[in-house]
Design a protein around this ligand. Structure first.
Ligand SMILES: [Zn+2]
Length: 88
């Protein structure tokens, strides 16, 4: 049995028991769940098929966007902030 799950019709902010929180994709603006490719790239999965096997489940993303994580070496600030920390 193969089930197709379409997360684009789920409201963002909802928390699904298995898949986790539904968020808005930064690339296409549709809803999706967070996933990770075998290479460690962050994905937003918009739809996937779940196949029930004898010894578990096989989940295959059908429609997803790769959303690169911000590089830890790059700060949003390009220079030193002259103002003292703490103030907004
Ligand atoms: Zn997307």
């Amino acid at each position: 049995m193969v089930f197709l799950e379409d997360f684009t019709r789920v409201s963002t902010g909802l928390r699904l028991p298995i898949e986790g929180r539904v968020e808005r994709c930064l690339r296409c603006g549709r809803s999706g769940i967070e996933g990770r490719s075998p290479d460690g790239i962050r994905l937003v999965i918009h739809s996937q098929t779940t196949e029930l096997l004898g010894d578990g489940m096989l989940v295959v993303p059908r429609d997803c966007c790769a959303v690169p994580l911000p590089s830890p070496g790059l700060s949003r600030r390009t220079g030193k902030d002259p103002r003292p920390p703490g103030g907004h």
